[in-house]
Design a protein around this ligand. Structure first.
Ligand code: BG6
Length: 477
């Protein structure tokens, strides 16, 4: 019984949401930098509104974020204090290749992550590295159109080979693309895509997805060649779709909605396009830009493990009249009347995590890794900056309990768990700072005011105990 002895407990972040230092040491500009906080953000990250530079009208939270770039030692020390076994972070592509298409990397960028990885190892923390977490160099978007262009494969190859070579021995767990299925929902953020007037959006997206899928297989191949100890995972924004009712049309709708997400992992894990996707694309006259060698690459270089984020389950309906949607979520779905929701309207469903884990494990039979889970909430610090975040502890405890049940009662093979935003950071969906997930409070607001001081919350001490007991003690006392 219980979780693996070497279970990888930890927390997760993404470069653009915490590093800041957007122009330090030669870093270039990326799509994620020009996404402002506020109303326009959704239209920009979805590629509907073209916005490729800074202006004076908006506030751009990624520019300074929480200044982790200059404070990473302090932050990693706090992760060490909690007993993290792993820390999931992402590489800012534009620190390594500022424009994206250079031949030679930027040494200062490489050195930053090398030092950061060494810092992790000081505390016995194994880095888990996302190669691309929503970032794409701005130059590649302006010159090549982002992932809609097959040339991106060359640039990604150069990036990944550089990383695997330089960090051999320092990093062994890699993820190729964060939430690869986000491309269908926020294509500018997911793949640097801005739509042109009148084009077939679905075609653009699936062609770009093909490039990412081939790039992912190529990176997996290189990772294994450079060091057979490397383990590479795919990464899915997961959440089981429940049918809105037992009506067969709703059940079919739920199956189809699940397949829209699993499509990506079917390719990355099974190594080929699933029949249902081929049929659908053929029906719609969408041609996948297969080139010579793509099929073999996909088939021979599948991922070692399946990682995913889970915040909520989803609901699908086959009835067009039913359209009361959940709010505030890039992955909006029909509302589930049986669930409570967070302050941002994300529905809370711990049992859904167990169901989702079983679904994924049944489908792929590869080890799973939960690399994001958490509650975005408004925290109210006392005069010392201390936050009593029992609501966060409740959320996490109930999800970890469900996760353990999937392992202990259902036999799911699980490598680890990293909660999202282990230190407060900028929200990807809204750009806000006040949507906090962390165990560590960071004094900064939506407009960039604050001292950036770090203060452990109540959940910090709770999570430390959870890790110490390998998940056996989830009590809040
Ligand atoms: C996931 C992303 O979609 O959800 C993270 O991988 C993101 O980057 C997280 O921050 C939570 O979403 P949000 O919009 O609350 O930041």
């Amino acid at each position: 019984m219980g979780l693996r002895k070497d279970f990888l407990w930890g927390g997760a972040t993404a470069a653009n949401q915490l590093e800041g230092g957007y122009d330090q040491d030669g870093r270039g500009l990326a799509n994620v930098d020009v996404a402002p906080v506020g109303e326009d953000r959704r239209a920009i990250i979805s590629g509907e509104k073209k916005h490729l530079d800074f202006d004076d009208e908006h506030f751009y939270p990624a520019k300074e974020a929480i200044d982790h770039y200059n404070r990473y030692k302090e932050d990693i020390a706090l992760f060490g204090e909690m007993g993290f076994k792993t820390y999931r972070l992402s590489i800012a592509w534009t620190r390594i290749f500022p424009k994206g298409d250079e031949k030679e990397p930027n040494e200062a960028g490489l050195k930053f992550y090398e030092d950061l990885f060494k810092e992790c190892h000081k505390y016995g923390i194994e880095p888990l590295v996302t190669i691309t977490h929503f970032d794409c160099p701005m130059h590649l978007i302006k010159e090549y159109g982002g992932w809609r262009n097959r040339k991106m494969l060359d640039f990604y190859e150069n990036l990944t080979r550089t990383l695997f070579t330089r960090y051999k021995g320092l990093v062994k767990y890699w993820l190729t693309f964060n939430e690869i299925n986000i491309i269908l929902h926020a294509p500018f953020m997911g793949a640097g895509i801005v739509f042109e007037e009148g084009e077939n959006k679905k075609e653009v997206l699936y062609r770009a997805a093909h490039h990412e899928l081939v790039a992912s297989a190529m990176a997996t191949k290189i990772a294994h060649e450079v060091d057979p100890k490397n383990q590479v995972g795919c990464m899915l924004a997961a959440g089981k779709n429940y049918p809105n009712s037992p009506r067969p049309i709703d059940v079919l709708a739920a199956q189809q909605a699940d397949r829209q997400n699993y499509f990506f992992i079917d390719v990355q894990s099974r190594g080929e396009y699933p029949a249902y996707a081929l049929k659908e694309l053929e029906r719609e006259g969408i041609e996948i830009p297969f080139e010579e060698g793509d099929r073999e690459l996909l088939k021979e270089h599948t991922v070692d493990f399946i990682s995913f984020s889970y915040y909520s389950s989803r609901v699908a309906s086959g009835d067009p009249e039913v359209n009361e949607k959940t709010e505030g979520n890039i992955f909006a779905s029909v509302k589930n009347p049986y669930l409570e929701a967070s302050e941002w309207g994300w529905q809370i469903d711990p049992l859904g995590l167990r169901i989702t884990m079983n679904d994924i494990y049944d489908r792929y039979q590869k080890p799973l890794f939960i690399v994001e889970n958490g509650l975005g909430a408004i925290d109210k610090p006392d005069e010392n900056g201390y936050v009593e975040d029992d609501y966060r502890i409740d959320y996490l405890a109930s999800h970890i309990k469900a996760m353990k049940e999937a392992v202990e009662l259902d036999g799911v093979d699980l490598m680890g768990y990293t909660s999202w935003g282990c230190i407060d950071l900028v929200s990807a969906g809204t750009g806000e700072m006040k949507k906090r997930y962390g165990f560590i409070y960071v004094d900064r607001d939506n407009k960039g005011n604050g001292t950036l001081e770090r203060t452990p919350k109540k959940s910090f001490h709770w999570y430390k105990k959870v890790i110490e007991t390998n998940g056996e003690d989830l009590s809040n006392d």
